[in-house]
Design a protein around this ligand. Structure first.
Ligand SMILES: [Zn+2]
Length: 65
């Protein structure tokens, strides 16, 4: 999955569950800090047109990185 805003490959946190790795968080872009929109937020009024289309938040949420 590529970031729709900067075309970098997006990554997600994973946890080792013994038999392999499991996704433990949403996909995010390390370059511009865009984050995939969660299921609950997909109809959020805070989504702008691009975010609705791509279902990816732009890197505006200041997650402590
Ligand atoms: Zn990006």
């Amino acid at each position: 999955m590529k970031c729709p805003y900067c075309q970098q490959e997006m990554v997600c946190d994973t946890v080792d569950v013994g038999v392999g790795e499991m996704q433990s968080g949403p996909y995010g872009c390390e370059n511009c800090h865009a984050v995939a929109v969660s299921w609950e937020d997909r109809n959020s009024p805070e989504l702008d047109a691009d975010e609705k289309k791509f279902q990816v938040w732009k890197g505006k949420k200041d997650d402590a990185v």
